[in-house]
Design a protein around this ligand. Sequence first.
Ligand code: ADP
Length: 259
Amino acid sequence: HILVHWVPLVEQARLAGVVAVFHDITDIRNLEKVRRDFVANVSHELRTPVAVIQGYAETLLSGALDTDPERRDRFLGIIHAHAQRLTNLIGDLLTLSELESGVIKLDLERVTVEAAVRQTFLLLEQKAEAKGIAMEYRGGKEAVLADRGRIEQVLINLLDNAVKYSREGGKVEVSTAREGEMVRILVQDTGIGIPEKELARLFERFYRVDQARSREEGGTGLGLSIVKHIIQAHGGAISVQSNPGEGSVFSFTLRTGGN
Ligand code: ADP
Protein backbone atom coordinates (compact mmCIF):
# COMPACT_ATOMS: atom_id res chain seq x y z
CA HIS A 1 0.00 0.00 0.00
CA ILE A 2 1.44 3.31 -1.08
CA LEU A 3 0.25 6.67 0.16
CA VAL A 4 1.15 9.50 -2.27
CA HIS A 5 1.70 13.03 -1.02
CA TRP A 6 1.94 15.92 -3.49
CA VAL A 7 4.14 18.69 -2.15
CA PRO A 8 4.18 22.03 -4.01
CA LEU A 9 7.60 23.59 -4.46
CA VAL A 10 7.37 27.28 -4.00
CA GLU A 11 10.24 29.57 -5.01
CA GLN A 12 10.03 33.34 -4.57
CA ALA A 13 6.26 33.16 -4.18
CA ARG A 14 5.92 31.27 -7.47
CA LEU A 15 5.06 27.66 -7.95
CA ALA A 16 8.25 26.10 -9.24
CA GLY A 17 7.02 22.54 -9.43
CA VAL A 18 5.49 19.68 -7.57
CA VAL A 19 7.19 16.82 -5.81
CA ALA A 20 5.48 13.52 -5.21
CA VAL A 21 6.44 11.80 -1.98
CA PHE A 22 5.65 8.09 -1.74
CA HIS A 23 5.08 6.60 1.69
CA ASP A 24 4.98 2.86 1.95
CA ILE A 25 2.33 2.26 4.61
CA THR A 26 2.24 -1.51 4.18
CA ASP A 27 3.90 -2.04 7.56
CA ILE A 28 1.46 0.21 9.40
CA ARG A 29 -1.51 -1.51 7.79
CA ASN A 30 -0.09 -4.92 8.64
CA LEU A 31 0.46 -3.91 12.25
CA GLU A 32 -3.12 -2.74 12.50
CA LYS A 33 -4.33 -6.00 11.07
CA VAL A 34 -2.18 -8.01 13.47
CA ARG A 35 -3.61 -6.04 16.39
CA ARG A 36 -7.20 -6.47 15.19
CA ASP A 37 -6.70 -10.19 14.63
CA PHE A 38 -5.17 -10.49 18.08
CA VAL A 39 -8.17 -8.88 19.81
CA ALA A 40 -10.54 -11.08 17.79
CA ASN A 41 -8.53 -14.18 18.68
CA VAL A 42 -8.43 -13.34 22.38
CA SER A 43 -12.18 -12.74 22.44
CA HIS A 44 -12.83 -16.02 20.69
CA GLU A 45 -10.48 -17.98 22.93
CA LEU A 46 -12.08 -16.52 26.08
CA ARG A 47 -15.64 -16.96 24.92
CA THR A 48 -15.47 -20.70 24.33
CA PRO A 49 -14.59 -21.84 27.87
CA VAL A 50 -16.93 -19.25 29.42
CA ALA A 51 -19.82 -20.55 27.31
CA VAL A 52 -19.06 -24.14 28.35
CA ILE A 53 -18.84 -23.21 32.04
CA GLN A 54 -22.10 -21.28 31.84
CA GLY A 55 -23.97 -24.08 30.09
CA TYR A 56 -22.88 -26.83 32.47
CA ALA A 57 -23.38 -24.65 35.56
CA GLU A 58 -26.93 -23.79 34.46
CA THR A 59 -27.74 -27.48 34.04
CA LEU A 60 -26.41 -28.22 37.52
CA LEU A 61 -28.33 -25.28 39.03
CA SER A 62 -31.59 -26.37 37.41
CA GLY A 63 -31.47 -29.45 39.62
CA ALA A 64 -31.76 -31.76 36.62
CA LEU A 65 -28.84 -33.86 37.86
CA ASP A 66 -29.78 -34.02 41.55
CA THR A 67 -30.56 -37.70 41.25
CA ASP A 68 -27.54 -38.60 39.12
CA PRO A 69 -24.33 -38.03 41.14
CA GLU A 70 -22.10 -39.61 38.48
CA ARG A 71 -23.19 -37.25 35.74
CA ARG A 72 -23.08 -34.35 38.18
CA ASP A 73 -19.44 -35.09 38.96
CA ARG A 74 -18.61 -35.40 35.28
CA PHE A 75 -20.17 -31.97 34.65
CA LEU A 76 -18.22 -30.48 37.56
CA GLY A 77 -15.04 -31.96 36.07
CA ILE A 78 -15.78 -30.28 32.73
CA ILE A 79 -16.41 -26.93 34.46
CA HIS A 80 -13.15 -27.30 36.35
CA ALA A 81 -11.14 -28.13 33.20
CA HIS A 82 -12.48 -25.09 31.34
CA ALA A 83 -11.83 -22.80 34.31
CA GLN A 84 -8.23 -24.12 34.24
CA ARG A 85 -8.04 -23.31 30.53
CA LEU A 86 -9.11 -19.76 31.24
CA THR A 87 -6.49 -19.48 33.98
CA ASN A 88 -3.76 -20.67 31.57
CA LEU A 89 -4.90 -18.34 28.84
CA ILE A 90 -5.04 -15.27 31.07
CA GLY A 91 -1.64 -16.13 32.55
CA ASP A 92 -0.10 -16.44 29.06
CA LEU A 93 -1.74 -13.21 27.89
CA LEU A 94 -0.35 -11.31 30.87
CA THR A 95 3.14 -12.74 30.31
CA LEU A 96 3.00 -11.85 26.63
CA SER A 97 1.87 -8.26 27.21
CA GLU A 98 4.56 -7.85 29.86
CA LEU A 99 7.20 -9.10 27.43
CA GLU A 100 5.91 -6.98 24.53
CA SER A 101 5.75 -3.77 26.53
CA GLY A 102 9.42 -4.28 27.33
CA VAL A 103 8.91 -3.62 31.04
CA ILE A 104 10.35 -6.93 32.17
CA LYS A 105 13.80 -6.76 33.64
CA LEU A 106 16.01 -9.76 33.20
CA ASP A 107 17.77 -10.90 36.30
CA LEU A 108 20.90 -12.25 34.65
CA GLU A 109 22.98 -14.87 36.41
CA ARG A 110 25.12 -17.83 35.54
CA VAL A 111 22.80 -20.77 34.91
CA THR A 112 24.03 -24.32 34.34
CA VAL A 113 22.04 -25.71 31.42
CA GLU A 114 21.95 -29.24 32.77
CA ALA A 115 20.54 -28.14 36.15
CA ALA A 116 17.80 -26.03 34.52
CA VAL A 117 16.86 -28.87 32.17
CA ARG A 118 16.75 -31.50 34.93
CA GLN A 119 14.61 -29.17 37.04
CA THR A 120 12.16 -28.91 34.13
CA PHE A 121 12.18 -32.70 33.59
CA LEU A 122 10.91 -33.07 37.18
CA LEU A 123 7.92 -30.83 36.43
CA LEU A 124 6.97 -32.83 33.34
CA GLU A 125 7.89 -36.29 34.62
CA GLN A 126 4.33 -37.42 35.33
CA LYS A 127 2.97 -36.24 32.02
CA ALA A 128 5.80 -37.92 30.11
CA GLU A 129 5.53 -41.17 32.06
CA ALA A 130 1.79 -41.32 31.43
CA LYS A 131 2.56 -41.39 27.68
CA GLY A 132 5.56 -43.67 28.05
CA ILE A 133 7.88 -40.94 26.78
CA ALA A 134 11.50 -40.95 27.90
CA MET A 135 13.21 -37.60 28.55
CA GLU A 136 16.98 -37.52 28.41
CA TYR A 137 19.70 -34.92 28.91
CA ARG A 138 22.58 -35.55 26.50
CA GLY A 139 24.17 -32.11 26.67
CA GLY A 140 27.39 -30.87 28.17
CA LYS A 141 28.33 -28.90 31.25
CA GLU A 142 27.89 -25.45 29.67
CA ALA A 143 26.59 -22.49 31.62
CA VAL A 144 24.68 -19.54 30.16
CA LEU A 145 24.13 -15.95 31.26
CA ALA A 146 20.37 -15.79 31.69
CA ASP A 147 17.35 -15.08 33.86
CA ARG A 148 16.84 -18.47 35.51
CA GLY A 149 13.05 -18.18 35.89
CA ARG A 150 12.57 -17.09 32.27
CA ILE A 151 14.82 -19.79 30.87
CA GLU A 152 12.96 -22.42 32.84
CA GLN A 153 9.77 -20.99 31.32
CA VAL A 154 11.29 -21.48 27.85
CA LEU A 155 12.33 -25.05 28.65
CA ILE A 156 8.92 -25.91 30.14
CA ASN A 157 7.16 -24.64 27.01
CA LEU A 158 9.44 -26.46 24.57
CA LEU A 159 9.57 -29.72 26.54
CA ASP A 160 5.84 -29.65 27.23
CA ASN A 161 5.22 -29.29 23.48
CA ALA A 162 7.70 -32.07 22.73
CA VAL A 163 5.73 -34.40 25.04
CA LYS A 164 2.30 -33.12 23.91
CA TYR A 165 2.97 -33.56 20.22
CA SER A 166 4.56 -37.00 20.56
CA ARG A 167 3.02 -40.41 20.30
CA GLU A 168 3.11 -42.99 23.07
CA GLY A 169 6.58 -44.41 23.58
CA GLY A 170 8.41 -41.46 22.01
CA LYS A 171 11.65 -39.87 23.08
CA VAL A 172 12.60 -36.33 24.01
CA GLU A 173 16.25 -35.30 24.15
CA VAL A 174 18.03 -32.12 25.15
CA SER A 175 21.56 -31.48 23.95
CA THR A 176 23.95 -28.53 23.78
CA ALA A 177 26.62 -27.14 21.47
CA ARG A 178 29.10 -24.34 21.97
CA GLU A 179 29.03 -21.71 19.18
CA GLY A 180 31.67 -19.08 19.91
CA GLU A 181 30.27 -16.75 22.56
CA MET A 182 26.90 -18.50 22.45
CA VAL A 183 25.60 -21.83 23.66
CA ARG A 184 23.01 -23.62 21.54
CA ILE A 185 20.39 -25.67 23.37
CA LEU A 186 18.49 -28.24 21.29
CA VAL A 187 15.17 -29.83 22.24
CA GLN A 188 14.50 -32.81 20.00
CA ASP A 189 11.46 -35.05 19.84
CA THR A 190 10.32 -38.09 17.87
CA GLY A 191 6.78 -36.70 17.62
CA ILE A 192 4.30 -35.89 14.87
CA GLY A 193 6.47 -33.20 13.31
CA ILE A 194 5.41 -30.00 11.54
CA PRO A 195 4.79 -29.56 7.79
CA GLU A 196 7.34 -27.28 6.12
CA LYS A 197 4.75 -24.68 5.06
CA GLU A 198 3.70 -24.12 8.70
CA LEU A 199 7.19 -23.51 10.06
CA ALA A 200 7.38 -19.80 9.19
CA ARG A 201 4.25 -18.90 11.16
CA LEU A 202 4.81 -21.18 14.15
CA PHE A 203 6.01 -18.44 16.50
CA GLU A 204 3.00 -16.17 15.84
CA ARG A 205 0.49 -15.59 18.59
CA PHE A 206 -2.34 -18.14 18.54
CA TYR A 207 -0.90 -19.94 15.53
CA ARG A 208 -1.52 -23.68 15.71
CA VAL A 209 -0.99 -26.38 13.12
CA ASP A 210 -3.92 -28.37 14.44
CA GLN A 211 -6.38 -26.24 16.44
CA ALA A 212 -8.38 -29.18 17.80
CA ARG A 213 -5.35 -31.10 18.98
CA SER A 214 -3.82 -28.05 20.67
CA ARG A 215 -7.05 -27.30 22.57
CA GLU A 216 -7.51 -30.93 23.54
CA GLU A 217 -4.04 -30.83 25.07
CA GLY A 218 -4.86 -27.63 26.97
CA GLY A 219 -2.67 -25.46 24.72
CA THR A 220 -3.24 -21.73 24.33
CA GLY A 221 -1.30 -21.20 21.10
CA LEU A 222 0.76 -18.55 22.89
CA GLY A 223 3.61 -20.69 24.22
CA LEU A 224 6.01 -20.33 21.28
CA SER A 225 5.53 -16.56 20.94
CA ILE A 226 6.33 -16.21 24.65
CA VAL A 227 9.41 -18.39 24.14
CA LYS A 228 10.59 -16.32 21.19
CA HIS A 229 10.20 -13.05 23.10
CA ILE A 230 12.17 -14.36 26.06
CA ILE A 231 15.03 -15.62 23.88
CA GLN A 232 15.18 -12.36 21.91
CA ALA A 233 15.18 -10.33 25.13
CA HIS A 234 18.32 -12.30 26.05
CA GLY A 235 19.95 -11.47 22.73
CA GLY A 236 19.57 -15.02 21.44
CA ALA A 237 17.68 -16.58 18.55
CA ILE A 238 15.35 -19.55 18.16
CA SER A 239 14.72 -21.78 15.18
CA VAL A 240 12.98 -25.01 14.30
CA GLN A 241 13.55 -27.91 11.96
CA SER A 242 11.07 -30.68 11.44
CA ASN A 243 10.21 -33.78 9.46
CA PRO A 244 6.51 -34.62 9.51
CA GLY A 245 6.01 -38.07 11.00
CA GLU A 246 9.56 -38.21 12.33
CA GLY A 247 9.93 -35.37 14.79
CA SER A 248 11.08 -31.82 15.43
CA VAL A 249 14.09 -29.97 16.78
CA PHE A 250 13.64 -26.58 18.42
CA SER A 251 16.96 -24.91 19.16
CA PHE A 252 17.88 -21.59 20.72
CA THR A 253 21.04 -19.71 21.61
CA LEU A 254 22.04 -17.87 24.77
CA ARG A 255 25.21 -16.07 25.73
CA THR A 256 27.74 -18.28 27.42
CA GLY A 257 28.15 -17.83 31.15
CA GLY A 258 31.74 -19.08 31.09
CA ASN A 259 32.87 -22.52 32.20
P1 ADP B 1 0.08 -24.63 21.89
O1 ADP B 1 -0.43 -24.08 23.17
O2 ADP B 1 -0.99 -24.83 20.84
O3 ADP B 1 0.95 -25.83 22.08
P2 ADP B 1 2.48 -23.20 21.03
O4 ADP B 1 2.66 -21.74 20.72
O5 ADP B 1 3.31 -23.77 22.12
O6 ADP B 1 0.94 -23.40 21.28
O7 ADP B 1 2.77 -24.01 19.69
C1 ADP B 1 2.11 -23.61 18.48
C2 ADP B 1 1.83 -24.80 17.59
O8 ADP B 1 3.06 -25.35 17.11
C3 ADP B 1 1.13 -25.96 18.29
O9 ADP B 1 -0.27 -25.79 18.32
C4 ADP B 1 1.55 -27.15 17.44
O10 ADP B 1 0.72 -27.24 16.32
C5 ADP B 1 2.95 -26.76 16.95
N1 ADP B 1 4.05 -27.39 17.75
C6 ADP B 1 4.76 -26.81 18.74
N2 ADP B 1 5.71 -27.64 19.22
C7 ADP B 1 5.61 -28.78 18.49
C8 ADP B 1 6.33 -30.03 18.48
N3 ADP B 1 7.35 -30.27 19.32
N4 ADP B 1 5.95 -30.98 17.58
C9 ADP B 1 4.94 -30.73 16.72
N5 ADP B 1 4.22 -29.58 16.67
C10 ADP B 1 4.55 -28.61 17.54
